[in-house]
Design a protein. Structure first.
Length: 90
């Protein structure tokens, strides 16, 4: 069985998984095989391991939500709250 949306894991009612979806600004098409990572604000949060986008331009992270910066191929593309699904354009 396949799901379009990822299954969300919760901990005391809080989401502990988020997705990043990357689109090309010029065409609106999903950006496939882009390397995505997240650097979180806060002393103990750090930086995620890189994930590559799938055919829908999407990748998933098993981390707590938070405030941080999304990097696509090492370029800063978004800074702010990251939770659920965050859509960015390159």
């Amino acid at each position: 069985m396949f799901f379009k949306e990822p299954l969300v894991v919760t901990k005391k009612g809080e989401t502990i998984m988020f997705s990043v979806q990357v689109f090309y600004r010029s065409s609106g098409n999903p950006a496939v095989s882009k390397r995505v990572s997240v650097g979180f604000e806060g002393l103990f949060r750090g930086h995620t391991n890189s994930q590559f986008t799938d055919s829908n331009g999407e990748c998933h992270f098993n981390c707590d939500n938070g405030t941080g910066t999304i990097y696509v191929n090492e370029s800063n593309v978004y800074k702010g709250t990251i939770k659920g699904r965050t859509i960015v354009y390159v």
